[in-house]
Design a binder for this molecule. Sequence first.
Ligand code: PMP
Ligand code: GLU
Length: 400
Amino acid sequence: MESKSLRTARRMRALEPSATLAMAARASAMTAAGIDVIDLSVGEPDFPTPAHICRAAEEAIRAGKTKYTPAAGIPQLRAAVAADYSRRTGLAVSPAQVVVSNGAKHSLHNVFTALLDEGDEVIVPTPYWVSYAELIKLAGAKPVLVETRIEDDFKLSPAALRAALTPRSRMLLLCSPSNPTGVVYSAEELGALADVAIERDLAVVSDEIYDQLVYDGRASVSFPTLRPGLEHRTVVVAGVSKTYSMTGWRIGWTIAPEPLSKAIANLQSQETSNPASVSQHAAVAALTGPQECVAEMCRAFERRRDFVVRRLESLPGIRLPEIGGAFYAFFDIRQPLERMRSAGIGTSTAWCEALLEQKHVALVAGSAFGAEGHVRMSFAAAEEKLAAGIDRIASFLDAS
Ligand code: PMP
Ligand code: GLU
């Protein structure tokens, strides 16, 4: 008889797997089976980690820096994060305000666990990055999804934010440059949201992991710099994964007021201890070494953005918001879906399934980001691959 002893906890039952990672795994399995798949699903820079960063890791291994470190990270890295952030934003931050974790995803988990009580509400504008809603629910809190429209470049307005607030509202979660839309809020737009956060005493989590990947001469804006005192209610989440093409090294961080940073460090000391020691030394080299590699990668992403936007906009019925940063094109497929409904393709998931099966192109369905009727393409891939992928999408649309 089947035993119930290993039935999963209630909190696991509604937990969805990460749709981005699931799609990437599926594309890899098809490639391993000999199929020529163009994988534009996962958001991961395709460049190698710069050589000087890898050398720093090798040196750390040779020097025996392979033991436990303080749970919140080595002092050099916390200092490097604080100095880099202060230099770029003009906001003075101390190393004690920085907690280094196993990737920015872990940092987000830490913040939600450290701040949210059962039933607290978190305002999450949709489309949102896949893991936000699940991580908030794991912390026992409730994501309140607030729809934004492509006509407004998927930006949350102060009025929509106000309308979503209740006495249980505790936190506003923002991501600019955005995954999945690539949209970048202006300082004025963020400032207007900051005013509501101040008026209604909300905590703000600002996911700034794409902060250095902005195009068309934009300057990246860090949320706490927008109004005096905002740093007392804001947690900035960032890391090296995207900026330095270091996704596998698993280093991210939070910048928060000191008492909250202490709480996060305590949590981490019990849950995971320190992030990998060698990766931390590599991250110090990333932040303190030459920065030309960042500018170079950013220029490449901008060229690819130009290419992808030009090609996608020429496809019938496809609409895009203005992509100002990150490396995603999130496009509206509602018109093609209308035409395909009679062929049994009525949702973004079915559309992505059919595209993968018929044309061997992997994208991620908008439903995973809380925005049915759309799909996400990562353009962190070589231009030939993007060109071939879009050709296949065009022929998929033609056939419908
Ligand atoms: N936030 C956003 C918006 C992301 O796109 C990602 C990428 N996975 C993360 C956080 C997590 O980054 P990391 O790989 O450092 O965990
Ligand atoms: N942020 C990337 C993405 O959205 C990585 C995948 C993930 O961490 O879920 O594709």
